[in-house]
Design a protein. Structure first.
Length: 76
């Protein structure tokens, strides 16, 4: 499992809860229902990327620290 940096842009988050539902070991919702990362190693890399992909607001960024690759959103 790679070391990932996972961030949520709370300014974009629309509090849908999808990420916390898909990867509850990584994301939790604050009092406003907005997501925050409390454990970036709390799920498999694949699941974390899937949660980022499922975010309707595209508020989640996932970076593989070992290779420096941004896994999501994929840079064009
Ligand atoms: S899936 Fe996106 S919009 Fe929904 S709570 Fe998570 S970060 Fe916010």
């Amino acid at each position: 499992m790679a070391k990932l940096t996972v961030t949520v842009n709370q300014g974009r988050c629309i509090a849908s809860g999808d990420c916390a539902e898909l990867a509850p070991g990584v994301f939790q919702l604050d009092a406003d229902g907005k997501s925050e990362v409390y454990n970036p190693a709390g799920a498999s890399d694949q699941l974390i990327v899937a949660a980022a992909r499922a975010c309707p607001a595209k508020a989640i960024t996932v970076i593989d620290e070992d290779s420096g690759t941004q896994l999501f959103p994929v840079k064009k």
